[in-house]
Design a protein around this ligand. Sequence first.
Ligand code: 5GP
Ligand code: MN
Length: 316
Amino acid sequence: MTLDNIIEKIKNAESIVILTHEMPDGDAIGSSLALYNGLKQIGKKADVVIPEYPKVFDFLHNRKDVKTEGKNQKYDLAIALDCGDIKRLNGFAKYFENANTRISIDHHSANTMFADYNFVNPTSPACCQILVIVLEALGVEIDKEIGTCLLTGIITDTGGFKYSGVTSETFEFAAELLNKGVNVSNIYKRVLQTVSKPSFELKRIAMNRLEFFENGKIAFTYITKKDEEKANATSNDHDGIVEMGRDIEGVEVSIFLREKEEGYKISLRSNEYVNVSDICLMFSGGGHIRAAGGSTELSFEHAKTKLIEECKKHLK
Ligand code: 5GP
Ligand code: MN
């Protein structure tokens, strides 16, 4: 069984590196630090390598131990968390590829099974929820600190327990953590409710630009590099923009374009039936059925027209 192999590999590893996807979100950072803290508890050292991480996650236990470069060129074991595609490990794929053994623990439906051992469950609402199983099998006691990391991932990836992927285990686990003193309300407030000033400014711009197509079933908006400069934005300040379109009555698909050095980053969300992961596969991306992303080097107008055309094909 994959889980048994994973446990054995972790227990026998001489050196371990923990990696996650580019532009890390709460599930990426939460799962990385939960695993790091869990391994530490059972006496195993690991390096967590994440190049850039939003300040909002600074409250997570041992966040200061996160490295921006690996210590070794070659690790005995590499573990990728919350990452559906090796391309999304970005500049850090080298640590993964060079390792003697490679493990992936993930919940993306479009996971490409890129590791030697793939512990992937697309029905799980967060990578952190899958990690609970792995940590328990390792004999880690999920204490208040580790629980806070795990719940941060679950809260961010479920939009605060409200997305359809939420399972009864999600609530059972949250209840267990409440009993251990994890402050659910505080995590919620920090990671979902509080909006930074730059993030608010970007939302304001994107909201003013929002357009509807196909009788209001498609919402479209965008931000440029200039907007981000003007707003003093940092890495994740655009988070939440694509959801603004999604949450408008009658909208099935929300499209958000973010200008990059070259081309645009695409974010798609859907409400009821459109599989946006399928659409993003056409734009070198992927993700989940209701939340996916990709990128394009087309011009703005071409990208906009092509995306709207593709989304149209999936509408009822
Ligand atoms: P977001 O729109 O928040 O950037 O991403 C939504 C979901 O799609 C996330 O779960 C993320 O993992 C996935 N995703 C975003 N961009 C890409 C991409 O370029 N490639 C792949 N494979 N998945 C992506
Ligand atoms: Mn995730």
